[in-house]
Design a protein. Sequence first.
Lengths: 344, 331
Amino acid sequence: MSGAKDDVILRMKDLKINIKVDEGILTVVRGVDMEIRRGETVGLVGESGCGKSLTSKAILGINDKKCKAEGQILFDAEGTGMVDLLSLKPRGKEIRAIRGKQISMIFQEPMVAFSPMYTIGNQINEATLLHITKDRKKAKEISLDVMKKVGIANAEKRYDQYPHEFSGGMLQRALIAMALVCSPKLLIADEPTTALDVTIQAQILELMKTLQKDFGMSILFITHDLGIVARMCDTVAVMYLGRIVECASAVEIYGNPMHPYTQGLLGSVHKIGTKGQKRLFSIDGTVPLALNLPKGCGFYERCSKRIDGVCNVHDPRLTDLGDGHRVACFACTGCPGKEGSVHE
Amino acid sequence: MLKYVGKRVLLFIPTLLIISVLIFFIIQLPPGDYVTSYVAAMAAEGEIFTPEQIEGLRAQFGLDDPWYVQYFNWMKGIITRGDFGYSFEYGRGVWSVIMDRLYLTLAVSFVILVFQYVVSLPIGIYCANHQYSVGDYALSFIGFIGTATPNFLLAIIIMYIIYIRTGNVYLGLFSTEMLQNGMRWEYVPEFLGRCLIPILVIGTSGTCGIIRTVRAQMLDEQARQYTLTARAKGCSEAAITYKYCLRAALNPVVSGLAGSLRTIFSGSTVSAIVMNLAIQGPVLLAALKSQDMYLAGTIVLIQAVLVLVGTLLSDIALAWLDPRIRFSERG
C-alpha cells in the first residue's frame, strides 16, 4: 500500500477549480492536495456537488471550457517524468497522448458513455489505434483480448454489436475494457457502479479488483457509497465543499473517523444487525452554495463540534496527526495559533 | 430491408389514389371552370363569345360531366395510356408542357440543394465549435436575416444592386442573345453568372435553416457523455466533431431531405416569377389561376409522388445512418 516516496504517480497541489456563472465565479474546488501511489486505490468520497467529479476530470483536462483549474497536478508520465497536467494545453497533443493511454476513465452511466452510432468494437479499438498500433487487425485482437478479460462472453459476436444491444452491466464491462485496452497507469472510476443494480455492482467491483492486480495500475475511485469504499480502497479522502476534510487509510477512516463530517457520513450508513437505533443518523442542514462562501470552515453551519469564534473565523487546513491520518478540523487538531494549522 | 422497402412501395398505391382524388376535388372546387376564366380573359380583350359557343367549348373539353366522371377519365388515361390529360392553356398534352421545363428546373433546383448543404454544414459546425464567438454571432445574425427575409424581396434587392452597379438587368437564366443564337461557349460565363442570383436567392433561406439545425444539434451532441468518453480516450477534437457529433447531428438534416425532392421538381414559385426563371413553379401557379385543371392536377400529383419517394429515401438514409433505427425495423 504505502511505498517509497518516489512511488507517487500523481500529486495534486492546491487544486482549485472556478466556474464562471452569471452571478460571479463559483469556486467549486477550493484547494485539493492529494497523492496517488503506484498500485494503490484511493477513494474520493463526498456528497453530490462537492467537486469530486470536477477534480477527477481536471486530471484529464476534460472539464468544460467554463471551468478554470489552478494549482498543479503532477503526473509521472512515461518517458517524460513528472509533468504538470494543468500546464498542458487541454486540446493539445501532449495531453492527448496521456489520455486513454496512461490515464483513463470510466464513467457513471455506461448507457450513455458509448455513442449509439458505432459498434462496441469500433469504440474500444479507437484508443488502441490512437496510442498503440495503427494495424487494425492487431487492434482488434487486443480489443477482443481485453473484452474477454473483463468477462464479456462471446466477445467475437459482441465486438460487432451496437451499444443498444448490450445490457447495462455488460456495457459497464465494455466501458472498463475500453479504459483498460492501453494498460493505463491510473484508472479514474467516476461512480462506476451507481447506475447498476446491486448484484451487477458486486460483479463489477470484483472485476475491477482483479484487473487492478493483473494490470498493476492505480485507481482513483470516486463515489458517495461508503460501502464500496470499504471494499475497494486502500486510502480514503473525504471531500466536502471543494476541500478534502479528512484523508487516511481505509482502516483508519472506518475505525477512527475524526472529522465531524466523516463521522456523520459513517453514522448515516445503514448496517445490518444494528439494534436499538431506530432512525438513521442524518447530518443537519444543507451544503452552502459555493458562491460567496462565508469565512471559516465550510462545515461550520452543520457541525456538532463547532467552536464559536474559531471555526467561523479561521479556515482549517489538512493537518497530519502523525500517523498519516490527516484532518482539517480545529476540534480535532486544536485551535489555531499553532504553526501550519491555520491558513488565513 | 428489401422487404421493408417493398412494403413501403406497395403502400404508395392507395396513398396516391387518395391524394389524387383530393387534388382533383380541391382543384375543381372554385366556382366556374377553365371555360369561364377563358371567356373572361377573352372578354377583357374585346372578344365576346355567344352562349352557344361557350356550351360548345364545355362539351369539347368534357367539362359538362360531374367532377368524379372527369376524375375517372383522367385516371383511366394516366393508368392505361400514360396520358396525363390536356392542357387547355397550352393547347397540348400536359406531359409535354411539363417536360418543356423539367430539365432546367431539375438543374437549377439540384444546384441549389447542393449549394445549401455545402454552405450550411461547415458553417453550422463552425458555429457550434465556436459557440458565442464573434464568428458565431455574425453568422447567426446573417442566418436570422436570411431566414426572415422573403426570397422574392431578396431577389429584388439583389437585382436592384446589380442593375445599379452594372447597368444590366439580369432577368432569367438566358440573355436575349443566347435565346436567339442558341448556346455558345462564349456565353457560358454569363450563364453561370446568371445562375448565381437564383442560387443565392432561393438557396439562402434553406441554408440558414440548416445552419440553425446543425448548430443546435452539434451543441446537443457535444454535451453528451460519449463526447466526453471520446475525449477521455485521447481522441482529437476533429475526430470528436466529425466521428461522434456530426454523425449524430445529421439525423434531422437527413429527414429534412424528404421535402427537398418536391422543391427540386417545382422550384420556388414566387422567386421564380420575380426573377423570370423558366421553371415549373410559375407554371403551376398560372394553371391554378386559369383553372387549367389537368395541368395543375398533374403537377401536384407528381409533387405528391416525390414527397412519398423522398420520405422513403430519407427513411432509408436514416436507417443507414443510425443503427438503432436499422435494428428496430427488423422487429
